[in-house]
Design a protein. Structure first.
Ligand SMILES: Cc1cc2nc3c(=O)[nH]c(=O)nc-3n(C[C@H](O)[C@H](O)[C@H](O)COP(=O)(O)O)c2cc1C
Length: 342
């Protein structure tokens, strides 16, 4: 098994969970700077979209070195698309590639991807195998032009080839079931094709984000996975550093991924209490970096982060209303400077 960076991480492994529309290059950079997780993931990116030449998706694969180890997450249903998307991830120098088998979104799951793969273990295994083959062939020297990739994608990747072509690990992020809990049978399928890590969100697809994450189900899966070389991370409803560590111990996982508790709180894994002033300074830094690194992306994508930073202190609501009208980082900086004067 290709464990790559996963084999070098100290336990408990504390990771930032992938979140579409949230964990973009700007948020990950800020998080790496103020409360570095042991591992981070990109937002999920369509394997088929990349293979069809949707080069706008490459924006989701922007990262900076301080985020490493950084894993690119990919979703889809066509094994061949994963074979061809894998070398893109390798070429960009990512630490690993993760396959999304947990997304409940209608657009993804209705087509048979994301969490719907739980109902189709043979296809899921084929996808993992093909991804590994793409990584292997690239590492053994196969050129991008020899994969079935459109020219516009290849052109954009030119110049990013890492000096060393090394095999990167392939992992999976999933849920405990589709309609009902089937995690024990499901992980046995996944283990047949030896992913380096399995991250498990303790809800079924049907639950979406409702109810509580079922950590007992995660623990049952962990018991099975622990008998193999594959690592297991639990995920769902963790609110702070202390509960991240407690869950790791209590439920027998190698670590955890945390998602929503990071909203407006890139310091989460530092365990640090930050002042309102510090929080707002980082909001401005984040907004500026968003504009710099994700040139051309509409500023409204940044506004939800601003709303999360402006939360939980006196005057936050009024500040939030103003920030929701900010058209750019400069306006955001001015609004916050005015707020801090009073
Ligand atoms: C806004 C949002 C976007 C998400 N996007 C992704 C994604 O792109 N890939 C993925 O595997 N999971 C995605 N998830 C699921 C999270 O990674 C995580 O599994 C879930 O939020 C439960 O963890 P939490 O309780 O710590 O938030 C997303 C969740 C949210 C709230």
């Amino acid at each position: 098994m290709q464990k790559g960076f996963w084999g070098k991480l100290n336990k408990p492994i504390l990771g930032l969970s992938p979140m579409d529309g949230v964990t973009d290059a700007s948020f990950r950079f800020i998080t790496a700077k103020y409360g570095k997780p042991d591992v981070m993931f990109t937002e999920f990116v369509s394997a088929e979209g990349l293979c069809a030449g949707a080069d706008v998706l490459l924006k989701d694969f922007i990262y900076s070195e301080i985020e490493k180890p950084i894993v690119a997450q990919v979703f889809g249903i066509v094994p061949e698309a994963f074979y061809n998307a894998a070398p893109i991830v390798c070429e960009l120098g990512f630490s690993g590639i993760d396959i999304n088998m947990g997304c409940p979104d209608k657009n993804v799951a209705k087509r048979g991807g994301g969490a719907a793969l739980i109902k189709n273990p043979n296809l899921a295994k084929e996808i993992i195998i093909k991804t590994k083959e793409g990584v292997r062939d690239w590492a053994e020297g196969k050129k991008l032009e020899e994969f079935d990739l459109p020219k516009n994608i290849i052109n954009q990747l030119r110049g990013s080839t890492p000096k060393l072509r090394k095999k990167i690990p392939v992992s999976v992020k999933t849920r405990i079931g589709y309609e009902k809990i089937v995690i024990k049978e499901w992980v046995k399928h996944l283990l047949e094709v030896e992913p380096a890590n399995i991250s498990i969100h303790g809800r079924t697809l049907k639950q979406m984000y409702a109810g509580e994450a079922n950590w007992d189900a995660i623990a049952e899966a962990a018991e099975i996975i622990k008998k193999t070389e594959t690592l297991v991370l639990g995920n769902g409803d963790i609110t702070d550093l202390a509960s991240a560590k407690k869950h790791t111990e209590k439920y027998g996982v190698d670590g955890v991924l945390v998602g929503r508790a990071f909203f407006g709180n890139p310091w989460l894994f530092s365990g640090k209490e930050v002042s309102v002033s510090e929080k707002l300074d980082v909001a401005v830094e984040h907004a500026k970096y968003f504009e710099k690194i994700l040139k051309g992306r509409k500023f409204y994508n940044m506004r939800k982060h601003l709303a999360w930073y402006a939360h939980g202190f006196s005057g936050a609501k009024e500040l939030r209303i103003k920030l929701m009208r900010a058209e750019n980082a400069k306006e955001c900086e001015k609004i916050i400077a005015d707020f801090k004067k009073y």
